[in-house]
Design a protein around this ligand. Structure first.
Ligand SMILES: O=P(O)(O)OC[C@@H](O)[C@@H](O)c1c[nH]c2ccccc12
Length: 276
């Protein structure tokens, strides 16, 4: 791709990024009207305790957070006709450490109720994957049955990032704080994020590059837990990251598009010889 093409692509993608923001904003404003914060807070309090997301990831040589994602803005439909609970169950049976679930409908074909359905089916902690831009959604995540939430630094101001991190902690939710470059990483560290996700996919142009992780990982203080996210396709990719000290991997597309999802997961974990 030449520079002009890549710029053109970036401009088009920025508009998707902005679109996501606008759609979410309108959606939340609407939801707030039908479920006022006070009621939502009560519902969130009634949930059973969260499963330990960080605990599930630590102490393993290679921990995979396996993602339930049926479509993506960049690739369109990834998989049709599969029950989310069945996918999660396959993930659990084949060695996943945790499950990530897309709950965004317009862009990723997800549903909020998937969280609860999946949490009832498996014993693993469940991460809610969505675009959180309002504290209302942090309470909502707890109410929906999430054990952990994603906070995307590039979508938040420092003030929001700190507020949502604190709130998540108070509600018992873990937070995976996602960064894509040095500036975002610094902001995440300053906000005291304990689990930092390095997204190899640039959310502005959707290009994935595993070097993003390799470039950022050495700047992360040793007391933070690191997850590499997106674009991991093979056992070789996993091993490349492992040699840089990474032990946790968030993997979606490769699993969701595999003819045999369980086999693919075992291959990524190094439990099965890879043919691909
Ligand atoms: O499908 P992949 O390339 O394995 O990536 C998984 C996950 O990292 C990706 O879905 C993701 C990372 N950050 C996000 C933010 C919103 C939506 C989705 C994402």
């Amino acid at each position: 791709m030449n520079l002009a093409e890549s710029k053109k692509r970036e401009n088009r993608m920025i508009s998707i990024f902005e679109q996501i923001f606008e759609v979410k904003r309108a959606d939340i404003d609407q939801l707030k009207k039908s479920l006022p914060l006070d009621e939502l807070k009560k519902m969130a309090q009634d949930r059973p305790p969260c499963r330990d997301f960080k605990g599930a990831l630590t102490g393993r040589e290679c921990a995979v957070i396996a993602e339930v994602k049926f479509r993506s803005p960049s690739k369109g439909l990834l998989r049709a006709g599969l029950d989310p609970a069945v996918v999660a169950e396959i993930y659990e049976r084949n060695g996943a450490a945790a499950i990530s679930v897309l709950t965004d409908r317009p862009f990723f074909g997800g549903e909020k109720f998937y969280l609860n359905v999946i949490r009832r089916t498996v014993g693993l902690p469940v991460l809610r994957k969505d675009f959180i831009i309002d504290s209302w959604q942090v309470y909502e995540s707890r109410m929906l049955g999430a054990d952990a939430i994603l906070l995307i630094v590039g979508m938040l101001e420092d003030r929001q990032l700190r507020e949502y991190l604190d709130l998540a902690g108070t509600l018992g939710l873990a937070a995976l704080v996602e960064v894509h470059d040095h500036e975002e990483l610094e902001r995440a560290v300053r906000a005291n994020a304990g689990i930092i996700g390095i997204n190899n996919r640039n959310l502005k142009n959707f290009i994935t590059d595993l070097n993003t992780t390799l470039e950022l990982v050495s700047s992360i203080p040793g007391d933070r837990f690191v997850v590499t996210e997106s674009g991991i396709r093979s056992r070789e990719d996993v091993q490349r990251m492992m040699s840089a000290g990474i032990t946790a991997f968030l993997i979606g597309e490769t699993l969701m598009t595999a003819p045999d999802i369980g086999l693919k997961l075992r291959q990524l974990l190094g439990k099965e010889d890879a043919v691909s």
